[in-house]
Design a protein around this ligand. Structure first.
Ligand code: SF4
Length: 323
């Protein structure tokens, strides 16, 4: 399968006010020189704690925040160079499924109007075509035709997320960014929504960029996984490699918190706690950004930042202890 999305050396920074002399600017590098690709029809999960930069990276891919540097190519076209007059076409190609199905739907719109909204603003289809598309989408996400007339408060949380998914599918996008799409839902409903996303991917050949703080959520959902910490990718591998042989101490700690149903594994599983807090993102330390919390940090780690290095199988790790 060929790459649909190529992100190269993407950096997003925000100016922050800090004490200091007149004219002295400080920046927070929310996303700091990251590169990754997503194959057509596959899912790349970006995982990390709050503040890791995962959502900012996704927003930059969708041009919802401004990138400072780097490139984002979708189907070979450089998204960051898209002129404002061409943004309408771009918006059809990239759609979002948001974290909170409670706040991402307009409470005054009927479900039918919510799903139809991207078609009204982004496509030139006739009213009859739009009606037909909306009917098909309700069916595809497991909602009944008569539910089109209801308002968001008349649905359960899971059903509301189904409306959000139908809305994201309306323009037949090339890329769907799922930003923590199940984290506001009960565990049982989470599984239903993840199954639905997988089924839709299979049926329609969808490509997902899946943002999550929880490796447990992405373990049955992703083809590959990039782990971010303080704006950087620290490990990136196919799902099997990352889950069976994680190399970065941060990934190992995150994985140790993922519950397993395997009795043998569960008995031997030891939770690795990550002590302390992340460093000040505006005044990052000299060496590895994880060094002040890493259980196996060495002297070199405090002096030199490790590069993200790939092995022959494309498993990338940024750690001095991984050769
Ligand atoms: Fe830990 Fe050093 Fe590896 Fe950073 S480079 S993750 S501090 S061992």
């Amino acid at each position: 399968m060929s790459d649909l999305l190529n992100v190269d050396n993407l950096t997003v920074r925000f100016e922050v006010k800090r004490g200091g002399g007149w004219g002295k600017k400080s920046y927070l590098y929310a996303v700091d020189d990251i590169s990754f690709a997503v194959k057509k029809g596959e899912t790349l999960a970006i995982v990390g704690e709050s503040g890791s930069g995962k959502t900012t990276a996704a927003l930059a891919v969708a041009r919802l925040v401004k990138a400072h540097s780097g490139s984002v190519c979708l189907g070979g076209e450089d998204v960051l160079q898209t002129q404002d007059e061409d943004l309408r076409a771009f918006r059809q190609k990239v759609q979002f499924i948001f974290q909170d199905p409670y706040s991402s739907l307009n409470p005054r719109q009927r479900a039918e109007a919510i799903v139809r909204e991207p078609l009204d603003s982004l496509s030139n289809k006739s009213a009859a075509e739009k009606t037909q598309i909306v009917e098909g989408l309700f069916q595809a996400v497991g909602l009944r035709p008569e539910q089109q007339r209801l308002f968001p408060h008349q649905f359960s949380g899971g059903q509301r997320q189904r409306i959000g998914i139908a809305r994201a599918l309306a323009t037949q996008p090339e890329l769907i960014i799922c930003d923590e799409p199940v984290s506001a839902l009960d565990v049982a409903v989470q599984a239903q929504i993840l199954n639905l996303l997988r089924k839709l991917q299979k049926d329609f050949g969808l490509t997902y960029l899946f943002i999550s703080h929880d490796l447990g959520v992405v373990q049955h959902m992703s083809d590959s996984i990039a782990v971010m910490y303080m704006g950087r990718i620290v490990e990136h591998a196919d799902r099997m490699s990352l889950f069976t042989a994680p190399r970065h101490p941060y990934t190992q700690a995150l994985l140790s918190a993922v519950p397993t149903v395997d009795r043998v594994k569960r008995a031997s599983q030891k939770r690795i706690l990550i002590p302390g807090d992340p460093p000040d993102p505006v005044n990052l330390p000299k060496g590895c950004r994880f060094a002040n919390r890493c259980p196996v940090a060495q002297e070199l780690c405090h002096q030199q930042e490790p590069a993200l290095i790939s092995d022959d199988n494309g498993h990338r790790t940024a750690c001095h202890l991984v050769s």
